[in-house]
Design a protein around this ligand. Sequence first.
Ligand code: BG6
Ligand code: MG
Length: 211
Amino acid sequence: MDIKGIIFDLDGVLCSTDEYHYRAWKQLADELGIPFDRKINDRLRGVSREKSLEIILEKSSKSYTEEEKRRFADSKNRTYRQLLSELTKNDFPKDVTDTLLRLKKAGKRLAVGSSSKNTPLILERLEIRNLFDAVADGNDIVHSKPDPEVFLLAAKRLGLAPRDCLVVEDAESGIQAGKAGGFYTASVGEAARLGLGDFRLGRLGDLLGMI
Ligand code: BG6
Ligand code: MG
C-alpha cells in the first residue's frame, strides 16, 4: 500500500460540527413533535440535508408537501449556521493541525471530501482552507454519500487515482462511498465503533504511524 493522498470527511472527522448538525435537527424535530435521538442521528452522518430530513420524517405521523419540507430544511440550516457563526480557529484542535502538517511534510496530498454545502464557511471560520490541496463538497455534487461522487471529485482535484488515496470517515455512508469508489478507507468515531473500514483509528494522529 502506497498512499499518496488522504481525503478527509469534515463533520465528525476534522471537526466536531456533527454535534451542531445534531442540535439543529433536534430543535426542528422538537418543534414538529417528531421523536429524534442520537441513534437516528447516526443515520444522518454523511447524508445530504434533504435526505436527512426524509429520515427524520419517517417517524412523523403527518405527511408534508415539498414546500413544507423545503421550509423545514431551510430552518434547520439557519439554526446550524447560527451555531457555526460561533466557531473560531480556536475550535480546531491543535493535534489535528499537527497531524495534517506532519502528513504534508511526509509528502502526502490532502483533501476534504464532504457532503456539506456549508464546507466553505466552516473552512473559512476555522481558517484551515490552506492546509488542503483540494476541496470537494456538497456544492459540487449531485449524489451524496454513500455514492462515491464527492471522493472521486476530490481525488481528481488532487490528480490521484482512488487506489492511491485513503478516505477517512466517521459515517457508515462515508465508508460505503469510499469502498464504492475504490479507495482505501479508515474509520473514526461512530464508523470505528461499528468496526467499519480497512483501518480503524482511535484518533486522527494514528494516521502517522500507519502510512
Ligand atoms: C455531512 C453531514 O457532512 O453534511 C450530514 O455528516 C449533513 O449530517 C450533510 O446532513 C449536509 O450538510 P449541509 O451543511 O449541506 O446541510
Ligand atoms: Mg462525517
